[in-house]
Design a protein around this ligand. Structure first.
Ligand code: PLP
Length: 277
């Protein structure tokens, strides 16, 4: 008998629920998306589905019908009836006996959760503290892959230091992004962030922050910063779907500006709100 063991329970390996054989579990072999709704309306659904399509292609998971994914997201959102919801979904390559080389014609697995989004209004008023951590990730960070161990370790390190987010620094000494957010600096009336490349996720919030900056007549440059440059910026902030824009008030224990959300960041938060109304 092929045996499996789940904690202390011995089971027939041939009778295992297929979720135990999911390649997402063994290899992180899958891709995901996180989107949110504001007051009953999903924000930037097309942007997220387009990025998801790119992620699937990036890891060669074929045969996923994007119209079906869209319908499932809408159906689940409709059922949940949560006006301000966080919508998470992933697709893995499929389930099967553990083998690095996947079987041909696997059926991809789809999984989705919807939950009430946290209230981040206090974070927007008080700001986040951040600490730096080496960017230990692979070379295809533009793919929103389930392989998030380096991100998890970075976030754990930040938490140990009493910080809210880890800012990843690559081997050239340049900031790429946060462990689960895009990273921005503000110097004068210029917003600066890393250029889109294989080294960062093409953040949807980044795209809308660029639009908000444009609407406010701010300059926007795509150029990586060093931690030293970040410490000397007038303002810093993070961008992520679940929280849109969050001010950063401390970077590696050093106060940024007056250690309170800066005026440009606050303007950007208000301008961003117009997209979500
Ligand atoms: N960068 C990383 C590594 C992330 O995990 C995330 C979001 O989870 C972001 C950036 C922000 O992306 P988005 O604005 O699409 O939520």
């Amino acid at each position: 008998m092929n045996v499996a063991m789940i904690d202390d329970r011995i089971v027939d390996a041939n009778q295992l629920d297929s979720s135990y054989l999911d390649r997402g579990l063994y290899f992180g072999d899958g891709v995901y998306e996180v989107l949110r709704s504001y007051n009953g309306k999903i924000f930037a659904l097309d942007d997220h589905l387009a990025r998801f399509t790119d992620s699937l292609a990036g890891v060669e998971i074929d045969g996923v019908d994007m119209n079906q994914i869209r319908s499932r997201v809408l159906k689940a959102f409709d059922t949940a009836k949560i006006p301000n919801a966080k919508i998470y979904f992933h697709v893995t390559r499929g389930s099967g006996p553990r083998d690095h080389n996947p079987a041909v014609n696997m059926n991809p697995n789809f999984f989705l959760t919807i939950s009430e989004i946290g209230d981040y209004s206090k974070s927007k008023i008080n700001g986040y503290t951040v600490s730096t951590y080496p960017d230990l990730r692979w070379k295809k960070c533009w793919i929103k892959s389930l392989n998030l161990l380096p991100n998890v370790l970075a976030k754990m390190d930040a938490a140990k230091k009493g910080c809210d987010e880890a800012i990843l620094v690559d081997e050239n000494g340049l900031i790429t992004e946060g462990s689960s957010s895009a990273f921005f600096a503000c110097v004068g009336r210029t917003i600066q962030t890393a250029p889109t490349s294989a080294n960062i996720l093409p953040s949807i919030t980044r795209k809308y922050t660029m639009k908000a900056a444009h609407n406010l007549g701010l300059a926007f440059i795509e150029k990586s910063l060093t931690p030293e440059q970040a410490k000397n910026a007038d303002e810093l902030f993070l961008g992520v779907t679940t929280k849109d824009i969050i001010p950063v008030v401390k970077f590696d224990n050093l106060a940024i500006g007056s250690a309170a959300p800066g005026p440009i960041t606050r303007k950007l938060i208000s301008e961003f709100e117009k997209f979500t109304k």
